[in-house]
Design a protein around this ligand. Structure first.
Ligand code: HAM
Length: 425
């Protein structure tokens, strides 16, 4: 038997109702903040990700699904392609490619879809997973650098989580500085790490050279006392980064969104500047980040685009659904009625009746004339229909049908023209 590939899975009904619930709520909330949808390809040129997410990150160095695409036609060149491990790089590429900054306005964009990372599968972690991603990006004159953009985005997330009934989340906030203050911090970090480097794990030793900021993200228990004593980025912020971070916090306080500062929050992607954040949730165990994001003021330029500061986030939909605390059954709606055609030639009549009722917004499941009445009534009950409608020769002649309430067992005869209203009552 051929099975789904390790780390991928089928989302089956009724569980898909949970996914639809979350996606509909996200669309509705994003609409209130004037976001519009963007859809980008699920594969891109590999260098888009290595240049934005960063060569030294776990995502690029070990988790991407990459292949060499040999062009079939002579005119097609061979190129390295990658299934998108995240959405921000593709959205910023599209922003640059279509010159979305030319309007001089902020672009507020969202995207929903599958992402791909070759991680070790476990609860809340898959190789094909789903993100609900949103980005605000634009020329500085549009206000894209303003701390109010950061605060609005975070407040929108709090509103969204509240709407879908998720409580008990924590907003963890940090500033990772900018191109001006980061080098000084990296230097201080390297010097501090050097003192204890031989006591640290292998990953930390490598990162100390390649990307010292990532040492802060180490989860090895023995390394924690050393890491806790390392210098904090927050103490190295230059004046403008410090003021920006303070303004974000003031605005969050003004709109009543609570947060905690986590000076070790550095995120697993290299494009971040200034505000970085995660929403974590206790119900999720080890993979406790429901969503993460931050600012990326230099990303567009590093991909050859114009100056276009931005900020965004991605919600891990698989984890969000786990934290939802609702059941699929609560959110699923069974059909209103099951139509039971009785005897030869009645499928035609049943189909005609079903078409009329569905036109009135009644949800119908249709039986078959070869089924016995007992089987039809049982099936109607199994699928959770409230009513069964019996379509036999006598009913067709009278143009009135037996309507059986499957909960109470009560049965009445109702003219065709009144059936829809009767069922919807
Ligand atoms: P990220 O932190 O890599 O950020 O991913 C965001 C969220 O996606 C995580 O918090 C988690 O919920 C979910 N996630 C990540 N990997 C997996 C996985 N293997 N299985 C299930 N869920 C997963 C980004 O992707 C950035 N692009 C976010 C962003 C947007 N920053 C700025 N704009």
């Amino acid at each position: 038997m051929i099975k789904a590939v390790r780390g991928t899975r089928d989302l089956l009904p009724p569980d898909t109702a949970l996914w639809n619930f979350v996606e509909t709520a996200a669309r509705n909330v994003f609409r209130l903040y004037n976001y519009r949808e963007i859809r980008t390809p699920i594969f891109e040129q590999t260098q888009l990700f290595s240049r934005s997410v960063g060569e030294e990150t776990d995502i690029v160095s070990k988790e991407m699904f990459t292949w060499e695409d040999h062009g079939k036609a002579a005119s097609e060149k061979s190129q390295s392609l990658t299934l998108r491990p995240e959405a921000t790089a593709g959205i910023v590429r599209a922003y640059i490619e279509h010159d979305l900054g030319r309007s001089g306005l902020l672009q507020k964009l969202y995207l929903m879809g599958p992402m791909f990372r070759r991680e070790r599968p476990q609860k809340g972690r898959y190789r094909q997973f789903y993100q609900i991603d949103a980005e605000v990006i634009g020329p500085p004159a549009a206000g894209s650098e303003s701390p109010s953009v950061d605060a609005e985005l975070l407040e929108m997330l709090a509103t969204f989580l509240e709407r879908i009934g998720i409580t008990g989340w924590t907003l963890e906030l940090n500033s990772v500085g900018c191109a001006n203050d980061r080098p000084k911090y990296n230097e201080a970090l390297r010097a501090a790490i050097a003192k204890d480097i031989d006591k640290m794990c292998e990953d930390c030793r490598r990162r100390a050279v390649t990307n010292p900021l990532r040492v802060l993200d180490c989860k090895v228990p023995e390394d924690q006392p050393i890491i806790d004593k390392l210098p904090r980025m927050l103490d190295y912020l230059d004046e403008s980064c410090r003021q920006h971070f303070q303004a974000v916090q003031d605005l969050l306080a003004a709109v009543g969104v609570s947060y905690v500062i986590n000076s070790r929050l550095v995120r697993g992607l290299d494009y971040y500047t200034r505000t970085a954040f995660e929403f974590t949730h206790g119900a999720l165990g080890a993979q406790n980040a429901i969503l993460g994001g931050g600012r990326y003021d230099g990303l567009s330029e590093s991909l050859g685009g114009p100056k276009a500061p931005g900020i965004g986030f991605a919600i891990g939909e698989d984890r969000l659904v786990l934290a939802l605390g609702k059941t699929a059954e609560e959110l699923s709606t069974p059909p209103d009625a099951y139509i039971a055609p009785l005897g030869a030639g009645m499928n035609r009549e049943a189909a005609r009746l079903a078409r009329g009722l569905r036109g009135q917004g009644v949800v119908i499941e249709l039986g078959d004339e070869t089924f016995r009445l007992k089987k039809s009534l049982e099936t109607g009950g199994k699928i959770g229909a409230r009513f069964a409608i019996i379509v036999g020769e006598n009913e067709v002649k009278a143009d009135a049908f037996a309507l059986k309430n499957l909960t109470t067992g009560e049965q009445v005869t109702v003219p065709r023209t009144e059936l829809g209203n009767r069922i919807k009552q």
